[in-house]
Design a protein around this ligand. Structure first.
Ligand SMILES: [Zn+2]
Length: 112
């Protein structure tokens, strides 16, 4: 009986990881270039979901909160965006271009 519970627990853990990945791919595809799982940066062809992130187009990540008051991030944000039928204000960027956008913004604000 104990062994079965361990197997069920492992199965539940793997299913949760799989479900989070499926949700991430769905959201990143919606916000990706042309509705595809791709970085939106001009000329970039990155499509590996492990290398893609959701970007707040207007850099307002700190002002966006879940209904619970918590800051949006990760799976919670993906669930929220899907439940709101994918509102505007987001785009998919690869890790490199998300970082590049941040550096450009910091330079423009005179902080680099
Ligand atoms: Zn990119």
């Amino acid at each position: 009986m104990k062994k079965k519970n361990k197997i069920e627990s492992e199965h539940s853990k793997r299913k949760a990881i799989f479900d989070r990945l499926v949700l991430k791919i769905e959201v990143l595809t919606f916000y990706g270039k042309g509705g595809h799982l791709k970085c939106c940066w001009k000329g970039c062809t990155e499509s590996d979901p492990d290398c893609l992130q959701l970007d707040h187009i207007n850099d307002d990540a700190t002002t966006l909160r879940l209904p619970s008051g918590e800051r949006m991030g990760g799976s919670g944000m993906y669930k929220y965006l899907k439940s709101k039928n994918f509102p505007p204000g987001f785009q998919t960027l690869c890790c490199s271009h998300n970082q590049k956008k941040e550096l450009i913004n910091r330079r423009n604000r005179g902080k680099l």
